[in-house]
Design a protein around this ligand. Structure first.
Ligand code: GUN
Length: 291
């Protein structure tokens, strides 16, 4: 049986529509416009694309977008001073510092300088701790988007066996925590995991977040499992012409789709949900700030 392809693009458009409706009401009834500040240090091409896209979508849902582009050699003191200013600016409800930062900047120090109430990425150590103890927190956008798709597809994931491949602070660890909070039985697999194929074969839910193109083949997937592919990898595509490239996930789509019950495509799966959740988090931060 062919897998259901989970349409992240359509789901994300629905979420953004709901956010936009809420923003319209906030403006009309309370004269409040949520504001998101995005800070980009340096000229990493992928980060520039993401930041432009975030700014565009922020404005499309009726929020204010504040973009701060800093030189690659910006000092830690100057970056911390900007974060301090954004923390105390009442028009700014959400702050996102695009990662990775240039090597001379301490990412932990910078992220933990953000007011946790404005930390729409959910990376501040306070939010990590709140999520880890099942308390109300800001939830990292990519794992939140994955969870929303899983809940939408399954209703409840309670008692299901979930394997998260990848242990990053941005995706793998918070994803595992969210699955656990929803009462799934969770395994975190990573580059040192023994018999990865066998671990993945036991899973009702596979979340792949390693950043290695098509590393999960279809014969690792249990018949009928749900596959959430977080990877966005650009690879050469000589079949499209000389010098051409294409985007692929961490899972080999065709062979995984042949065994899975449901699967997210790349592009058009998890990616659009990440930005939709960022906007939802900004709205949440604004509502909490205004009681
Ligand atoms: N770089 C890659 N993903 C992310 C993300 O979700 N948030 C931030 N701030 N930087 C990123």
């Amino acid at each position: 049986m062919a897998a259901t392809v989970i349409d992240g693009k359509a789901f994300a458009a629905k979420v953004r529509g709901q956010v936009a409706e809420h923003v319209t009401r906030l403006k009309a009834e309370h004269d409040i416009t949520p504001g998101l500040a995005v800070v980009l240090v340096g000229e990493d091409p992928a980060s520039q694309v993401y930041v432009r896209s975030k700014g565009k979508m922020t404005v499309e849902v009726g929020m204010n977008s504040y973009e701060h582009r800093l030189e690659a050699d910006t000092s830690e003191a100057d970056l911390l001073a900007l974060i301090g200013k954004l923390n105390s600016d009442p028009a700014v409800h959400g702050i996102l510092v695009q990662l990775p930062l240039p090597k001379h900047l301490n990412e932990d120090l910078v992220i933990n300088a953000i007011d946790p109430a404005k930390d729409v990425d959910g990376f501040h150590i306070s939010n990590v701790g709140l999520l880890g103890t099942g308390q109300k927190s800001m939830v990292p956008c990519t794992p939140l988007g994955c969870l929303m798709m899983l809940r939408d597809h399954h209703g409840s994931i309670s008692g299901m066996d979930a394997v998260v491949i990848g242990r990053s602070n941005i995706v793998g660890k918070p994803m595992a925590q969210l699955l656990l909070n929803d009462s799934a039985t969770v395994t975190i697999a990573h580059s040192r995991t023994k018999n990865l194929a066998d671990v993945v074969r036991r899973a009702d839910i596979v979340v792949a977040a390693v950043g290695r193109p098509e590393m999960v083949p279809g014969d690792w997937i249990m018949e009928g499992a749900t596959v959430i592919d977080v990877g966005i990898n650009r690879i050469d595509a000589p079949e499209k012409g000389e010098g051409k490239t294409r985007l692929v996930g961490d899972c080999h789509f065709e062979s995984c789709a042949a065994r899975a019950g449901a699967i997210t495509p790349v592009p058009g799966g998890v990616g659009p949900m990440t930005i939709a959740c960022l906007l939802a988090n900004t709205l949440t931060a604004c509502c909490r700030a205004n009681g």
